[in-house]
Design a protein around this ligand. Structure first.
Ligand code: MD3
Ligand code: FE
Length: 202
């Protein structure tokens, strides 16, 4: 039996192959309007290994000045493209929130990319859950409690899986320890895409 942290819902294989392929097409179209770029760590300016872009009214960005949400792409200065209908539908179906998402962060991991343990707390309102969609190669996802030094559990996330993080899990420390290369044929050149849908303000 797999025991999940309180407030975490994991729905393995929620999206079938056809739905995953359609979603990848939608995200490719987003990335034409808002190209992937490499964010930097606040202060040091060290590049992250994950490349990112966004869609929705607001996008999450990271640079030397800090982490924040803003309504423009940091390189092109253009507004973010809208969140595809396919994702809005998933949010309405699974988030348990009647308000639409304001931000969709698109993370792209190549086989060497990782995401260190962190909390998502750049949003002004934590009442809505975060909804995550995994596409492409599998990863090892790790989640703990609300203290960095607390115990953690690890789960493999596969293409088509959805995770909803609300309630007690909304402020849990979490990260991506590794990508498992060549575990999916969804993306022609491999790698993993993660989409996170969020409310930023009440
Ligand atoms: C647990 N992304 O973008 S998604 C992030 O796979 C992020 O790209 C990871 O962490 C990824 O901030 C993990 C699952 C996830 C998303 C948000 C969470 C887990 C979370 C918020 C609170 C607790
Ligand atoms: Fe996160």
């Amino acid at each position: 039996m797999l025991v999940l942290p309180k407030g975490m819902r994991h729905i393995p294989g929620h999206l079938d192959r056809a739905a995953q392929e359609l979603l990848v097409e939608d995200i490719r179209a987003v990335a034409v309007q808002a190209p992937l770029y490499r964010p930097e760590m606040p202060r040091t300016g060290k590049p992250l290994s994950v490349r990112m872009t966004n869609c929705g009214e607001l996008g999450w960005v990271a640079d030397k000045a800090g982490y924040r949400y803003q309504d423009r792409h940091p390189v092109s200065g253009a507004p973010w493209p809208p969140i595809p209908e396919s994702l809005l539908k998933i949010w309405m179906e699974l988030s348990g929130d009647t308000r639409p998402p304001q931000a969709c962060l698109v993370n792209f991991y190549d086989e060497n990319a990782r995401m260190g343990l962190h909390q998502d707390r750049d949003e002004a309102d934590f009442s809505a859950p975060v909804l995550s969609v995994s596409l492409g190669d599998a990863c090892l996802f790790r989640i703990g409690g609300t203290e960095r030094s607390g115990p953690t559990r690890s789960f493999r996330l596969e293409s088509g899986d959805i995770v909803v993080l609300g309630g007690a899990s909304r402020l849990a420390f979490h990260g991506v320890d590794r990508i498992y290369p060549t575990t999916s044929t969804l993306l022609r050149d491999g790698g993993r895409i993660n989409l996170t849908l969020r409310r930023v303000s009440a």
